[in-house]
Design a protein around this ligand. Structure first.
Ligand code: SAM
Length: 287
């Protein structure tokens, strides 16, 4: 079908569980993976429904035929003015990533494409665990929606999207790799959250002559970077911390733990976690 400009009109396929208590659509990896296999341009969860974008009516109708099941209501319709079109997405299946903030366990779906960050690498897992702790501590006496979070070296945006999904009000993601911009946008869209993405090395981005989201300090900064990169960004990261901010550092080997801590002598080590050969720290305090 042709759209208003004479081009192909995108369509949406909507899936609703007939018995919602028995099927959690947004964490159903098989369902989400099937949608990707069928060629979706992006999947998100809206009010208990899974909504998947398709390039045209034909693909959407094929998907409806494949997905028809006794436990699902599946419908297709053209994108309307009130729908936001999903951004183009690298063709790799998503992974489901779970994380906890206090007692609340959440999940997000992540595509990594050409970037680092499918969510299950030990350094990412450690960073997610400590990001959950940081969000929990920072929201003690404050609203999550008042918190500003920065993800340095965002890759797929897995940590940034997790912070936004947890309810952080403002999330900024920076990576030197330009490929991250569309991948992070896709992952944010798929999870129904907003993340502001910047391309460039953080050390240069902070001194931009024009106004940027880095002009205001952050309550939480997370950086999953190799030690060599942690050394390069340490001074910049400290300049970005609000008073009493939380800093999550991951990406370093256990035998580099002390070196990593020495990069931030003014901050207190609150919690450290290890997994396989990797270590991550949660630091707190003034810059
Ligand atoms: C190990 S990956 C982490 C990806 C993701 N945050 C995660 O936890 O899975 C590190 C990322 O940091 C980026 N990076 C390294 N040094 C950087 C710098 N100085 N400024 C911005 N990005 C940087 C790399 O391009 C890479 O995407």
């Amino acid at each position: 079908m042709n759209g208003p400009e004479g081009g192909i009109e995108p369509w949406l396929v909507e899936l609703r569980a007939k018995a919602p208590s028995r099927l959690e659509l947004d964490t159903d990896v098989i369902l989400v993976t099937t949608l990707w296999d069928l060629g979706t341009t992006g999947v998100t969860e809206i009010d208990g429904r899974l909504v998947a974008g398709f390039a045209d009516r034909g693909q959407a109708q094929t998907a409806v035929g494949q997905l028809r099941s006794p436990v699902l209501d599946v419908t297709a319709r053209p994108v309307t003015g009130s729908d936001t079109e999903p951004p183009a997405t690298p063709p790799s299946p998503p992974t489901t990533v779970r994380f906890a903030v206090g007692e609340t366990v959440r999940s997000i779906s992540v595509v990594a494409g050409p970037t680092f960050g499918h969510g299950h690498h030990p350094t990412t897992r450690l960073a997610l665990d400590l990001l959950g702790s940081a969000l929990n501590r920072a929201s003690d006496g404050r609203l999550l929606s008042d918190l500003r979070v920065l993800d340095v070296g965002t890759g797929s945006g897995v940590l940034a999207v997790a912070a936004a999904r947890a309810g952080a009000g403002s999330v900024v993601a920076v990576d030197v790799d330009a490929a991250c911009e569309s991948v992070v946008a896709t992952n944010a869209w798929n999870n129904g959250v907003e993340v502001e993405v910047m391309t460039g090395i953080i050390e240069a981005a902070i001194d931009s002559p024009v106004e940027t989201p880095l002009d205001q300090p952050f309550d939480i900064v997370v950086a999953n970077l190799l030690l060599v990169d942690q050394i390069a960004v340490a001074d910049t990261v400290r300049r970005l911390l609000a008073p009493d901010a939380h800093l999550v550092l991951s990406g370093c080997l256990i035998d580099q733990a002390d070196h990593l801590l020495r990069l931030h002598p003014g901050l207190d080590a609150e919690r450290s976690l290890t997994s396989e050969d990797w270590i991550a720290h949660l630091l707190t305090g003034c810059r």
